[in-house]
Design a protein around this ligand. Sequence first.
Ligand code: HAM
Length: 423
Amino acid sequence: MSIKALKGFKDILPDEAGLWQFIEQTARDVFHRYGLEEIKVPILEKTELFVRTIGASTDIVEKEMYTFEDRNGSLITMRPEGTASVIRAYIENGLFVRGAVQRLYTIGPMFRHERPQKGRLRQFHQMSVEVLGSNSARIDTEVMAIAWQILQDIGLQASLEVNSLGCAACRPSFKEILQEFLQERLSHLCDDCQRRSNTNPLRVLDCKSEHCQAEYVSAPSIIDHLCQGCRDHFEEVKQTLSSLNISFAVNPKMVRGLDYYTRTTFELITTELGAQGAIGAGGRYDGLVQQLGGPEVPGIGFAMGMERLVMLLSQKGHGEISHVLDLFLITLGEKAHEKGFILMQMLRAQGLRVMMDHEGRSMKNQLKQADKQNAWFALILGERELENLEVVLKDMHSGEQELIELAPAFEDWAPVIKQKIKH
Ligand code: HAM
């Protein structure tokens, strides 16, 4: 019996790879325009890192982490998200002594043992941004603008929802007010909300049960309970978003599934993916660096789910960004094949994407391969052409053919052919 991939783990096949590359390259281009630098962090970390950052009573830590003992008996986890690792690396490598604000991005796989469904995998990929060292509300806006710009550049639209979760000064008193509200209707709430009303009361606002949501219509709103500092910060975020023409809606019920957030949080939502509508999300995490043993440095970031972007683009009919060959080299006969093999290498060195057949197949078959591989041109080289120092160049789209004369010196062939390939 053949072995299949694990549930929730997916192969990214060559047909789809073009779309992945397009998204990644577009995002990298945006990141560089916004002055971000790349950081690469390990997939495995000590379990404690995620417990201390994401929060012990979150779904991710309670139910979804791939955690195991390694051969030395240390408890390790396959990263469920990137922020914790980037902050660890930032502290461990002393990046803060470089002074200025650090603008970092990273791209890679994450692992969460969730129930797989459309747009939700157990291994998925994120492109994420972390900006460390600034309290300015303009940084919040700039970070959201990065996500916004990526979507624009890849040709997608989403709505931006923002909220403020307050800070260590105002959130505890809001929690108490919310707990009081929940206590009064505890028996009407689902089991999860009943439990969370004690452990993590803010998270109840995110409950998927319609019944609970009906109860929360009249719930107190965090926005009304922010301290002056948080209120001013949030006002400035909204103002500066508007000044950049980025449209948004305030959603006071957005609480996020990770505990490290303070002040601004945001999500980019689409209605085109069914239940898994969040294509990107993030927020500020001002106490996190210190909580992990670093200096008092504020931070903000976001992550976008690449699978969801790929799905949206292919739904819109952009699945065709497949690789295109410049040239398929058709050779007939052993001598032509021998020369053709070296010519292919020379053309590749000239920057062209070139392929040929090594199986001695017929002309008809080789033309078919050229067509299948989406080649712009086919170059036909037979024994007679070799003797006469000429080749036939066929434009695979128009069907036009041209006879090209070749110089006696073999080294001169590639530049001549390259010149003829204009598209
Ligand atoms: P998150 O909301 O957990 O945030 O994930 C961010 C994005 O990753 C989601 O909006 C979604 O597009 C994608 N995603 C999450 N889980 C899955 C899954 N199981 N399958 C497919 N896609 C998924 C974070 O991870 C934070 N670290 C973001 C952040 C960075 N906040 C500050 N800095």
